[in-house]
Design a protein around this ligand. Sequence first.
Ligand code: PHE
Length: 469
Amino acid sequence: MENRENWGSKIGFIMAAAGSAVGLGNIWKFPYTAGSNGGGAFVIIYLVFVALIGFSVMLTEFAVGRRNNLAAVGAFKSVDKRWTFAGVLGVLSGFLIMGFYPVVGGWALAYVFKVFGGLLTAKEAIGDVFGGFITNPIQPLMWMLAYLLLNVIIVSKGISSGIEKAGKVLMPVLFAILILISVKGLTLPNAMEGVKFLFKPDFSKVTGATVLAALGQAFFSLSLGMGCMITYGSYLNKEENLAQNAAIVTAMDTGVALLAGLAMFPAMFSFGMEPAAGPGLVFVVVPSLFAEMGGAGMFFAALFFVALTVAALTSSVSLLEVVVAYLIDEKKFDRVKAVLVSASVMALMSILASLSLGGLGPTIFGKGAFDVFDLLTDKIFLAIGGMLLCIFAGWRLDKEELRAEITNEGKLQFGLFEFWYALVKYIIPVTVFLVAFSGIKSGFDSGVGGIMVLGVVIIGVFAAISKKL
Ligand code: PHE
């Protein structure tokens, strides 16, 4: 492992890992998922999952990755061939997420330019502009491809030079803009209604589907359950404090999600929009907010979409990296070939996803490609992937080895070790199982149960053929 690439610096690693975590999941997905799941109660369940499950799984991923010095698949395989499927499942999740992520990344990129093309003067019609744009068969495809190309360029340059630099410069910019937008939103009339919606829980509306949505959102937003943090951890040097790194990344990610909520909901309530607006939320609320501001609004709106694009980029490069690292480590591809092969498949999937929003292309159980890729990963694969990792760490790996890894061979203190270990070994596997089960059950009421069951079947097939993977 002498020649394995390494992170240039500590801050570089945190920025890259936080860059992976903070992305469309926080700014695009979190607000609309919270909105369509009733607000406050969802947010509280989400926060509990993040603190107990998210942080613990992230620490496990870092530990497993650094211990074995191998990316997702190798980390499992080198310990026990029968576990290879858990790693390969992560690579599959990487492909599936990259089957829709670049579509939304492309929208963000497009909006940087649309803002200057008179979008903000459309005022009342900003929602229609968005609807018209994403259902158009051609336009979003071009932006998606441009977005994917940026990923290809960054990931082909290798780990520390490309990904790390992008993260270091652009993450702070994102924080600043979100704060600015929140302040602007909070000063609008009726803004407090939005804050209440976001933080005042009404548990009577909570169903199995809500709880699964919160769990899935926690995994998705923290980049967990698919080997991404295993891969990043494998590039981490032996002196780093894993628990501290996991805590910082978890806190940053959660902070940005809450900030995005604060940037969105007060303004929405002030404008009298529906909290359950769906995937168009950011693309409608933010331009509407800045449309109120006249000329300066255009500048800030453009800056926001630049930041959103960058946040998305630092996440999607990590997704691409999981697949690429697998091809390099396990299939002996060189980096450029690995990037080109995987990005081509992702491009084809994203084309299907983009077209499906205009009602074109194949459907499964009545859902188009965009929804299928999203549902499979967000609601099933990531949570089950995280559960498998915990079972692997808790039942297959040696407890003392994990302790040695997390405490840097006894050089560091980690007072929560026993608590963390109990969570990983017993509580997280059982919780994920129960939440997934009840989520799938209530998924049948909303017509997505079939896709979820399909996800479980795919995992079963992978496990059954694991020796061939
Ligand atoms: N966490 C990223 C986001 O919030 C998405 C992601 C998921 C990235 C899984 C890597 C792995 O946008």
